[in-house]
Design a binder for this molecule. Structure first.
Ligand code: CP
Ligand code: NVA
Length: 301
């Protein structure tokens, strides 16, 4: 059987994605009850990081240890990858030594190439284009807080970035409506929007996008790799802040999510993360459980 990868949410069927999220809940309960469960004993995850990370690195590394295995942190600065060894060669070598590889990098094509030459599962831990692991945790957080997301309305405020693209994929996979409010010039990938059809709408008005929404989410205005654009982006996104006042336009049971790290005073008001409708810290904690379920699914399949 050919090896399964997780490069975008499209690599899972709806049933598989929902069962991973359900499994994440079971693993969360086991973790909370401090029950030892080691199905990945002696298995090894290679973790290639070409960008910074707090949540992704710690959740994958802790997750592998908790499942009985281990993880190796590979920074491009200290490996031959950073000195120009072709990605194809690195994939052929590393995949003989570890049981899965997680990659955080810039160009999405890089992980596609790695996956093409890898004999073990490859997981996208964020590229310039997508952040699918985050969506598993986000969907888990929503479902835990409010039940099924099917048929609900989700609002994305801000940059049409990697997280936004993964929300578009999620809208198609989990079958929800997605309102995107973004300034001109910062729209998400047009092909993806077209593929999503009438599930996705784009507007300039954060109020219009938020009315009646069941979930409102946002992300930083300048992603990793866009540091030089920060000043221009601060100006372009000035009217795209999520605040409790904006949440008041949403459904009475609406929740707020943010993949974190957040910039208070920019994409979120100072008080947004502490608002009772915010479940961002539960969401961040779910990175551990959702990825453990994903590792179990990919490595033991
Ligand atoms: N949300 C997320 O991926 O966080 P890190 O950049 O800290 O891994
Ligand atoms: N869009 C952000 C997400 C960080 C988790 C970035 O790519 O930097």
């Amino acid at each position: 059987m050919s090896v399964r990868h997780f490069l975008t949410l499209n690599d899972l069927s709806k049933a598989e994605a929902l069962s991973i999220i359900e499994r994440a809940g079971e693993l969360k309960a086991l973790h909370k009850s401090k029950t030892l469960f080691e199905p990945l004993k002696n298995r090894v995850l290679g973790m290639i990081f070409e960008k910074s990370s707090t949540r992704t690195r710690v959740s994958f590394e802790a997750g592998m240890t908790q499942l009985g295995g281990s993880a190796i942190f590979l920074s491009s600065r200290d490996t031959q990858l950073g000195r120009g060894e072709p990605i194809e060669d690195s994939a052929r070598v590393l995949s003989q030594m570890v049981d899965a590889v997680m990659i955080r990098t810039f160009e999405h094509e890089k992980i596609e190439t790695f996956a093409q030459y890898s004999t073990v599962p490859v997981i996208n831990a964020l590229t310039d284009d997508y952040h699918p692991c985050q969506l598993l945790a986000d969907m888990q957080a929503y479902i835990e807080a409010r039940g099924s997301i099917e048929g609900k309305t989700v609002t994305w405020i801000g940059d049409g970035n990697n997280m936004c693209s993964s929300y578009i994929n999620a809208a198609m996979l989990f079958d929800f409506k997605l309102n995107i409010a973004c300034p001109e010039g910062y729209e998400p990938n047009a092909k993806l929007v077209e593929k999503a059809g009438d599930r996705v709408t784009i507007t300039r008005s954060i109020e219009e996008a938020s009315r009646g929404a069941h979930l409102i989410t946002t992300d930083v205005w300048a992603s990793m790799g866009q540091e030089e654009e920060t000043k221009a982006r601060l100006a372009a996104f000035a009217d795209y802040q999520v605040s409790p006042k904006l949440m008041d336009l949403a459904d009475k049971d609406a929740v707020f999510l943010h993949c974190l790290p957040a910039h208070r005073g920019e994409e979120v008001s100072e008080d947004m993360l502490d608002d009772p409708r915010s479940v961002v810290f539960e969401q961040a904690g779910n990175r551990l459980h959702a990825q453990k379920a994903l590792l179990e699914f990919l490595i033991l399949n």
